[in-house]
Design a protein around this ligand. Structure first.
Ligand code: ATP
Ligand code: MG
Length: 583
């Protein structure tokens, strides 16, 4: 329950509409208790004399008070429920903004389905707390106070009898509510599993189809769905029990009232009209009494859901500006040095993925990294924009440690095309301009030309405005890679990092891209990871990684002369090229 207190700041933001809502609840209940009173009086008049004028007057008063009370209820909903929607909107924005700030490792260890469930189900449970739960609890409170006072005025003893079952009602509501809560928690977990399964399946639909796993996947989904269904049924049964208990106890109230009240009427202690009035009051209490259980449920669910949200909110981004950051650094030149850098992933700290990496490239130099798959190439370049932080050693740019450079400055200076690049379901233009606050048509075209994708784009039906993804065209692997390169180039970065970004591009296009690089990127420090040695021949420096260590470094000629790993790789690839040429 404590977790909900953390949400007070959202309530404070909307204290005005909430205050009005509170006021309207009081007014609503004030008029509500008048209706039964007028009906009761109308009945008593009927008993003594049939004065149609008087009856009409009371009926009019009853209808009028019901109408006014209804009107205030409308205002209650307008103020409180609408506020709850606004709060939901605020939390959603905060949640999303927080997710964006979290580090890569966070997302590696969380399933998308789980995060989605938190952002949808948990958030709406919290909204229920702000809206319906708050509204019904103040409403219930005032209704109980008002109606109970009205009843006591008529007959204290009858009020006592009529409300005799109320404590049992509260207790059973509480007990069943607890069971419902436990079951809701289980259900939420099943829902998370279900959404993860669907999400993975739809993202990997191409694979599912090509391996003809549709039937198998269908079966797996059906199993998960079945467990979810069974848990849902359990919840429905519990809720059924809840309503049976509440309505049963309320029925008991009415029977007691008729029995005890009947005697009082016979003894002329109260009138028939007052009994009618009492009956209507009990009817009016039925919903608030039931809603106590309902609210308990809602608040409990909200508390559990909020705990799950807080867990995310309290996860601190691991990579942030460190205290020693120097905000005066606004631009970078691109002189990069690694000094004895080692790295291990937090999940497996004993396994060093990079070991004692030291090298230096000056501004404007072109560095190539080659090495077997899994040798640590991607990990190494991820350290430069601080997508990962080195475990040991220092990395400097322009002689300044990465930790001293503001993250904003650092990442702005780097054009990074990750190995698992991603394009959004948006236009090609938006995909290339991604991340820039403003850019011209010319900028996009120039970047496209530099990335050698311009001609391809002109061939698409809507050219730069063509939509990509689900609702648009599908690019080939090589086209996707070049679009991602254009996205990096439009930022005119000081440092360009291409992680195997030309693997799906044909050798001819790759070579002309790399040749052009010398023209438009002569001031740019370039780091290229490649499996194709022929494409890195002309680079200023080549690092050969093996098992997380730099096995060799130098120029193409130097490395060939040393006659080791690199030379071996080169000979092998030459041979392969010759063989393919002969085919
Ligand atoms: P490739 O040529 O296939 O792209 P690479 O040289 O880029 O390979 P890396 O991706 O840097 O290799 O991976 C180096 C090692 O780090 C591998 O053994 C890999 O299993 C491990 N690794 C990569 N990412 C993670 C991660 N998030 N958590 C734990 N280990 C990881
Ligand atoms: Mg890699």
């Amino acid at each position: 329950m404590k977790s909900l207190l953390k949400l007070n700041k959202y309530l404070l933001k909307y204290k005005k509409p909430l205050f009005y809502g509170f006021l309207f609840v009081i007014l609503n209940n004030l008029f509500l208790i008048l209706t039964p009173k007028y009906i009761g009086e109308a009945i008593d008049i009927l008993k003594s004399s049939v004065d149609s004028k008087m009856v009409f007057r009371y009926v009019l008063l009853a209808v009028g008070s019901a109408f006014v009370s209804g009107f205030f209820m409308l205002l209650v909903r307008r103020s409180i429920i609408i506020t709850s929607r606004k709060i939901e909107f605020d939390i959603k924005n905060d949640f999303y903004a927080h997710l964006q700030s979290l580090s890569l490792t966070f997302f590696k260890h969380r399933s998308t389905g789980d995060l989605m469930a938190r952002a949808s189900n948990d958030l709406s449970a919290v909204r229920n707390y702000f809206g319906p739960a708050i509204m019904y609890s103040i409403n219930t409170l005032f209704r109980l106070i008002f109606i109970f006072s009205a009843m006591v005025v008529i007959s204290p003893s009858l009020s006592f009898f009529a409300l005799l079952p109320a404590p049992f009602l509260s207790y059973s509501v509480y007990k069943v509510g607890q069971m419902v809560h436990a079951q809701t928690k289980i259900l939420q977990q099943y829902y998370g599993i279900l959404t993860t399964r669907v999400q993975e399946n739809l993202s990997g639909i191409r694979l599912v189809k090509s391996y003809t796993r549709e039937a198998y996947e269908q079966e797996r989904f059906s199993e998960t769905n079945n467990s979810y269904y069974k848990q849902n049924l359990k919840l429905a049964r519990l809720q059924g029990l809840f309503y049976a208990a509440t309505t049963g106890l309320l029925g008991l109230s009415i029977i007691i009232l008729l029995w005890a009240g009947g005697f009082k009427v016979i003894n002329a202690e109260i009138t028939l009209g007052q009994i009618a009035q009492f009956l209507i009051y009990i009817g009016m209490l039925s919903w608030p009494l039931v809603s106590i259980g309902w609210i308990t449920n809602m608040v409990q669910r909200a508390a559990a859901a909020n705990k799950r949200l807080i867990e995310i909110f309290e996860t601190k981004p691991e990579i942030i500006d460190s205290p020693e950051v120097d905000h005066a650094i606004k631009t970078l030149e691109g002189d990069i040095a690694f000094e004895n850098v080692s790295f291990s992933y937090p999940k497996n700290p004993s396994q060093l993925i990079l070991k004692n990496i030291s090298f230096r490239i000056e501004k404007g130099m072109k560095l190539a990294i080659v090495g077997a798959t899994g040798s640590g190439k991607s990990t190494l370049v991820n350290l430069i924009p601080r997508l990962l932080d080195a475990t040991q050693g220092t990395i400097t740019i322009d002689g300044v440690s990465l930790k001293q450079i503001p993250l904003q400055t650092l990442r702005k200076a780097i054009g990074f095309v990750p190995q698992d690049y991603f394009l959004f379901s948006d236009t090609i233009r938006e995909n290339i301009g991604f991340g820039l606050p403003n850019y011209s048509k010319n900028d996009v075209e120039q970047a496209a030309k530099q990335a050698m994708i311009y001609e391809d784009i002109l061939g698409f039906p809507n050219q730069f405005e063509s939509m990509l993804g689900e609702r648009g065209i599908t690019l080939s692997g090589g086209q996707k890679q070049r679009t991602s390169i254009a996205r990096a180039l439009i930022r005119k970065p000081k440092i360009l990092i291409l992680d195997d970004s030309l693997s799906a591009v044909d050798t001819k296009t790759e070579n002309s891209f790399l040749n052009n690089l010398d023209d438009f990127a002569n001031q740019m420090t370039v780091i290229l990871i490649s499996h194709r040695i022929s494409s890195v021949k002309n680079f200023d420096k080549i690092l050969v990684l093996a098992d997380g260590c730099i096995a060799e470094q130098g120029t193409h000629d130097e490395l060939l002369a040393s006659n080791s790993l690199y030379a071996e790789l080169y000979q092998k690839q030459l041979l392969e090229d010759e063989l393919t040429a002969m085919e």
